[in-house]
Design a binder for this molecule. Sequence first.
Ligand code: GTP
Ligand code: MG
Length: 295
Amino acid sequence: MTERSYRAGFACFVGRPNAGKSTLTNAIVGQKIAITSNKPQTTRHVIRAVLHRPDSQLVLVDTPGLHRPRTLLGERLNDLVRQTWSEVDVIGLCIPADEPIGRGDRFITGELAELKATVLAVVTKTDLVDRKRLAEQLLAVSELGDFAEVVPVSAVSGHQVDTLVEVMTRYLPESPQLYPDDMLTDDPEQVLVAELIREAALEGVRDELPHSIAVVVEEMLPEGRLTKIYADVYVERPSQKAIVIGHRGARLKGVGTAARRQIEELLGTKVYLDLHVRVAKDWQRDPKQLRKLGF
Ligand SMILES: Nc1nc2c(ncn2[C@@H]2O[C@H](COP(=O)(O)OP(=O)(O)OP(=O)(O)O)[C@@H](O)[C@H]2O)c(=O)[nH]1
Ligand SMILES: [Mg+2]
C-alpha cells in the first residue's frame, strides 16, 4: 500500500491591481485575512494565510498588485512582489474573466517565465461573465503563456475554489508541516487591525485619496472583555483630512463604526476604537515617512 505523502509549501497570486487576489486568498482560507476593495492597489503588505488540510499545508502569500510605479511607495510594493515570487513554489497569475487581456498581463507573464516556481493561470470573477465569454477568456489566457494549468474560479460564488486548492497543492513539494495546526496567519494582530481600519476608510473615497491613506495602530490595550485601540489615519494633505473626517465628523464616525465591527469579529472582544486623522505631507514619496509608516 502506498501512503499519500504530506505536502507543504508557499503559493502566491499575482496580477494587476484589482484582479481579485486578496478576495481569493480569503475565500480559500475561509476567513478574512487580507482586506479588499474596488480600488486598485489595496494590498500593501505581504500577508501569509495558512490553509490546513489533513495531508497538506498551503501557505498563501498575498501581495500587492504589480503596476507601473509612480511613487516611492509604488516601487517598494513592486519590490515586495518580486521578492515573493522568488520564494514561492506555486504562482497563480490572476486574470479577471470580465476584462480583456492587456499589456500588463503580458508583461507579468513574461517575467514569470524566468522563475523556478510552477505558474498557473487563474481566471477570476467567473460569476461576472456568461459561459461563452468565459470560454473565450480561457482560450485567450492559455495562449498568453506556458501555464501548468488554467483554472477558472469565482471567489464570490465559491465556484471552483476547492478545485483551485487541489491543483495548487499538487505542485507543492513533499515537506513536513511548516506552521502549527491552529495558525491562520503570522501577521501581528496590530497589522490586521490597521488593515481593517484602512479598508473601512477606503469605502466611498475616490481618485487619489485611496492611495494617500495609511493607518498605524499606536496602542492596543486589552482590558478584560474590552480592547481599547488607538489608531492614526494618515493622509497627505489637509484637504484630504477634511474629506476623511467629513461634515461634523460624520464620515470618520462611519469609518470607526464599520471598522469596529470587523475588529470585534477578529479579536472576539468588544472594542473601543479611537481614530485620529493626521497629515503626513506627501508620505508616498518620502523615504523617512515611509519608514515610519512601516514600508
Ligand atoms: N464579482 C466578483 N467580484 C470579485 C471577485 N473577486 C474579487 N472581486 C471584487 O474585485 C475587487 C478587487 O478585489 P481584491 O481582492 O481587492 O483585488 P486585488 O487583486 O487583491 O487588488 P490589489 O490588492 O489592489 O492588487 C473587489 O471589489 C472585489 O469585491 C469575484 O470572484 N467575483
Ligand atoms: Mg489585494
